[in-house]
Design a protein around this ligand. Structure first.
Ligand SMILES: CC[C@@](C)(O)[C@@H](O)C(=O)O
Length: 571
């Protein structure tokens, strides 16, 4: 017998409970020595054919198992809910916290000592980490990895980013519907997540910057054999980590979250990282606030990937990937010291990293864009904040005052956006209500509303859009998101009327509805929330308990952790 482990409370007992735990597991052909006290490693898998981004995780699980066996551990794979943002209605975000509950309770209830999280699609990474952090066993992430570069008509095309471009081109009459449909197959040529710097690759990048995965995990393409090797090495490492007792709470420190914010700015990462990092921080008890994201605002955009730049994740990988970004951040004093899954400091991920393509990963002195990180906006329209991604926005709209055109719901927007008589100009500000966590529900990626047809046919490509929704990490435009409190929770967004003037200043961080306080109070007095869409089940629980976007949209009762061992047996 090696050292007494958590799993020994299942497999090390010599009574009827130990018999039950071991004997039933042996029906899968595991030999006696699998239960000799070696570390039991749970492989928490979000593989699903309905989550195409994660469809390669079955293979990667086998890679992790090889490494676990090699290091003297006992690997056991288990499924958890899988969330495919491209497939789920109303949005996978509605279920991120449900996945987190599934992960948390699975880890807690089973006899495992350490966990490898296999995720990829946007919500699977944060959902798994939130759940794992609330139990706090040694944990490492292995991501799906991005798809190969999209290819169509001899050009590279990027997941999401080119969907938005193509669909606007069809609406503007610049692309045929047949061409639009033909591009589908070229865009998704292999297993893996979006190969733009969408939310999936953003989350993998920030997780690497936090030290929660092995180095190079974020950018290796899903089908690159080196990803299988990385899974193998992760399996080996998690066994050692159990012995070293390195837990998420040792790694996911305040400094690690700051590194995530800084890295997110440098890679031009998704706005969705904000709600996910806030929710993850809430689980480990790190006091991260929306304003902390301003930390990244002066960091230049180094990674020239869509949607803020022009390349794709495969190019980013071949240019050196995250270790290069971390080394550039370190060189300019923007990488905090913090422990990683390897047991050393995050600076070790950066040491010796070489950049193989200076156009794909640019320098601090000559970046893709200066001061590219997310900005937090506040004012009487968003008392608890809103965010904008300047690197994906139009410079001329970053300081702007204009007249609001309001859509009261997503249905209203869809029914009217293409009306030929829609009273909007390029200076108008489109406002969409009812798309926050409680409103839709689930805070979908609809904030980057299409440009009204009458403007797009005049060649207008961007205008200010404001909502309580999120937007795809692959999207672009001058889009103000995550307005808190949301309309459905009675935030001032609910009170905006068509014709009101709104002022946006990205430089001073202001978002103001230019009406008097008296007028605001009068409108509030007659405001009623919409009837809830769901009156039972998980969605009802979600709506009753979800926190606002500025707090990460976790459920109020899931914040924090409980690391106690469950002592009561099932028989
Ligand atoms: C279409 C792109 C998606 C589904 O990945 C999106 O969720 C993102 O934020 O990147």
């Amino acid at each position: 017998m090696i050292k007494k482990r958590r799993s020994s409370a299942w497999y090390g007992k010599h009574d009827k409970d130990g018999f039950i735990h071991r004997s039933w597991m042996k029906n899968q052909g595991f030999p006696d020595h699998a239960f000799d006290g070696r570390p039991v490693i749970g492989i928490c898998n979000t593989w699903s054919e309905l989550t195409p981004c994660n469809s390669g995780l079955r293979d990667l699980a086998e890679g992790v198992k090889r490494g676990v066996w090699e290091a003297g551990g006992f690997p056991v794979e288990f499924p958890v809910m899988s969330l495919g943002e491209t497939q789920m209605k109303p949005t996978a975000m509605l279920f991120r916290n449900l996945l987190a509950m599934d992960v948390e309770e699975s880890i807690r209830a089973y006899g495992i000592d350490g966990v490898v999280l296999l995720g990829g699609c946007d919500k699977t990474t944060p959902g798994q980490l939130m759940g794992a952090a609330s139990v706090d066993l040694p944990t490492i992430v292995v991501s799906s990895g991005p798809m190969l570069n999209g290819k169509w008509k001899g050009k590279d095309i990027g997941s999401g980013t080119d969907v938005w471009k193509f669909s606007e081109a069809v609406r503007a009459g610049e692309m045929t519907l047949q061409d639009f449909m033909n591009a589908e197959s070229g865009m998704s040529r292999s297993k893996g997540v979006c190969m733009t710097m969408g939310t999936a690759s953003t989350m993998a990048s920030v997780v690497e910057a936090m030290g929660m995965s092995l180095p190079t995990n974020a950018a290796l393409p899903a089908v690159d054999s080196r990803r299988m090797a990385l899974a193998h090495l992760t399996g080996k490492r998690i066994v050692e980590m159990v012995d070293e007792d390195i837990k998420p709470s040792d790694i996911m420190t305040r400094e690690a979250f700051e590194n995530a914010i800084l890295a997110n700015a440098a890679v031009g990462g998704s706005t969705n990282a904000v709600v996910h990092l806030l929710a993850m921080a809430g689980r480990v008890g790190v006091d991260l606030a929306l304003d902390d994201f301003e930390l990244g605002s002066e960091i230049p955009l180094l990674v020239n990937c869509m949607p803020s730049g022009k390349y794709l994740m495969e190019d980013f990988c071949y240019a050196g990937g995250m270790p290069v970004v971390l080394s550039k951040l370190a060189k300019h004093g923007h990488l905090r010291s913090t422990k990683t899954v390897l047991g050393g400091d995050i600076h070790a991920y950066a040491d010796g990293a070489e950049c193989y393509n200076d156009d794909v990963i640019q320098s601090f002195d000559s970046p893709v864009k200066p001061a590219a990180g997310l900005r937090v906006l506040r004012g009487n329209l968003a008392p608890r904040g809103a965010i904008i991604k300047p690197s994906a926005a139009s410079d001329h709209l970053l300081e702007h005052e204009g007249e609001a055109y309001v859509f009261d719901s997503i249905e209203d927007m869809k029914a009217n956006i293409d009306r030929d008589d829609l009273p909007v100009t390029a200076d108008s500000i489109l406002v969409l209500k009812g798309c926050g966590p409680k409103g839709y529900p689930g805070m979908p990626e609809v904030g980057n509303m299409p440009i009204p047809r009458r403007l797009i046919t005049q060649g207008i490509k961007d205008m200010i859009r404001i909502s309580d929704a999120r937007m795809s990490g692959t999207a672009f435009g001058t889009v103000i998101l995550h307005v808190s409190p949301e309309a459905q929770a009675g935030g001032p967004l609910a009170l905006v009327k068509t014709g009101d003037r709104i002022r946006v200043s990205t430089s001073t961080g202001a978002l103001e509805l230019l009406i008097s306080d008296t007028e605001m109070d009068a409108r509030r007095a007659s405001w009623q929330p919409d009837e809830p869409h769901y009156t039972r089940g998980y969605a009802k629980m979600y709506v009753d308990h979800v926190l606002q976007a500025d707090k990460g949209a976790d459920l109020d009762f899931l914040v924090g952790k409980d690391t106690r061992l469950v002592t009561r047996e099932s028989h």
